[in-house]
Design a protein around this ligand. Structure first.
Ligand SMILES: Nc1ncnc2c1ncn2[C@@H]1O[C@H](COP(=O)(O)OP(=O)(O)O)[C@@H](O)[C@H]1O
Ligand SMILES: [Mg+2]
Length: 339
């Protein structure tokens, strides 16, 4: 069997045992932002680094883009060591930070041309590349407008274009769609998919949106407390959980105890959780479990308001590997920050 070209090459990003501790500040204890972070990204893949706020995603990206340094561990990007070959790494990568890096008082073209000049392109080349990118990201109409007049979605697209001026082979996008409305978010998703599909770019994006990770990432690394707790394609991670989740809404919550015991006796049913008048159970196969559940409840004349069956989501995956729901993790992180 022929081996795909990229499989013969080294990974585009290779991270091993990164540790980073921020010193104590304002009477707080030191923060171990990265605690042995390890993962690899094959060439041409979109890797999603998924984790709640505070998981260490931005810290990892800053180290990989040479803007910060790990206490220990190693990282290579495009085959280059991020500490020993900083200059080369910077030329090989594009970096779109969490906060926009464009000049709001300059036009789209001016921002792109300046960026081209910084990367050593000639004036003429910079102008040509700027026009190409504005066209590519559907910003041509706004090329000569100050960036402060752009919508959030347009600004974000310009940010991505700025990261591509020097034709890097690896692109880092830190929380690319935070703060965008759903339409602008979907638009940017399409752009990122296109970059990877048509230009073979390797993309590392960080996100705390489960939906974004599911949609965009060919490969996922789920990060929790500075560590990768699970890795794989979203489909594979969900498939590992096997089975479906069946949800029964009871007309009368008082029946939930009886329903629990009836359902637990059905074959292929496990992990039953009752919350109010809702009962959730993991089943081997939703398609066969639903009629069985309805049958036994009907037999006992127990009224049901609704029954739904769903495939496991990334939220279920996160719960499985971290022991808490994604939402709970985000809340805990927000509370920690407010403290
Ligand atoms: N410059 C810094 N100084 C001190 N602590 C920091 C600094 N940057 C990040 N942290 C802390 O390190 C942890 C990881 O942060 P970060 O990498 O920004 O996570 P994420 O991008 O996943 O939200 C958090 O607890 C955060 O408060
Ligand atoms: Mg971040």
């Amino acid at each position: 069997m022929a081996v795909p070209q990229h499989a013969q090459n080294q990974p585009a990003i290779e991270v091993a045992d990164l540790v980073k501790t921020y010193p104590a500040a304002r009477k707080k204890s030191p923060v171990r932002a990265l605690d042995g972070l390890t993962f690899a990204v094959p060439e041409g893949v979109v890797l999603g680094l998924l984790g709640p706020n505070g998981a260490g995603k931005s810290t990892a990206v800053k180290i990989l883009t040479t803007l910060s340094r790990a206490d220990s561990g190693t990282a290579r990007v495009a085959g280059l060591d991020v500490v020993k070959q900083q200059r080369e790494v910077r030329l090989a990568i594009g970096y779109v930070p969490q906060e926009s890096s464009s000049d709001p008082m300059a036009t789209g073209t001016e921002n792109l041309v300046l960026s081209g000049r910084i990367y050593g392109l000639s004036k003429q080349e910079s102008v040509r590349r700027a026009a190409e990118l504005l066209e590519r990201f559907d910003l041509k109409q706004a090329a000569d407008r100050q960036v402060r007049t752009y919508s959030g979605g347009m600004q974000r697209k310009l940010d991505v274009a700025l990261g591509l001026v020097h034709r890097p082979s690896v692109l880092f996008l830190d929380e690319p769609t935070t703060g965008l409305d759903p339409e602008a978010r979907a638009d940017l998703w399409t752009e990122v998919e296109r970059l990877s599909a048509t230009e073979g770019l390797t993309v590392l994006l960080t996100t705390h949106y489960l939906e974004e990770a599911d949609r965009l990432a060919g490969q996922l690394a789920i990060v929790d407390h500075g560590n990768v707790v699970a890795e794989g394609s979203p489909e594979a991670l969900k498939a590992e959980l096997r089975g479906d989740s069946v949800q029964v809404e009871l007309a009368d919550p008082a029946t939930s105890g009886r329903v629990r015991s009836l359902i637990s006796r059905l074959p292929g049913v496990g992990e039953i959780v009752v919350e109010g008048n809702t009962l959730r159970a993991r089943v081997d196969r939703g398609a066969t479990a639903v009629p069985a559940v309805l049958g036994v409840l009907e037999e006992q004349a127990i009224a049901v308001a609704a029954v739904t069956v769903a495939r496991p989501t990334l939220d279920d995956v996160y719960l499985r590997y971290t022991g808490r729901t994604f939402r709970a993790a985000e809340q805990a992180s927000d509370e920690e920050r407010a403290a």
